[in-house]
Design a protein around this ligand. Sequence first.
Ligand code: ZN
Length: 137
Amino acid sequence: MPIYEYYCADCNTIFQFLIRGSSGTEIDTPVCPSCGTGLKRVMSNFSVASSSTSPDDVGDDPMLAGLDEEDPRAMAGAIRRMADQMGEELEPDMLEALTRLESGEDPESIEKDLADAGYTDTSSSSSPYRDPGLYTP
Ligand SMILES: [Zn+2]
């Protein structure tokens, strides 16, 4: 069964819907599980475009300047050093994510787990929140 993504402008949230039936079947547009507004279908490249903003945000930090953003291990090390210098304890979930980064795991899957754990940063950007749930219309 295909999973489609729908966007609610009122909630600024993307919801995933499990759609029954084959892909050629006409389906009813689901409504927002949160506010009941009719939802807009999201094309798959939408999420790619919005997630590409995060490396740029990190790159603005002077302490991370010059780092290879394509090197997850270097990034993880820099985050550890930064927390160290600020005397901050990293959250257990964040520590685990860094450890996974350093062991060469796919950064995107780690990022997704962090988002599931509530680390999605919706306050500093207008990127829609991605609801971790899976709904049916
Ligand atoms: Zn809504």
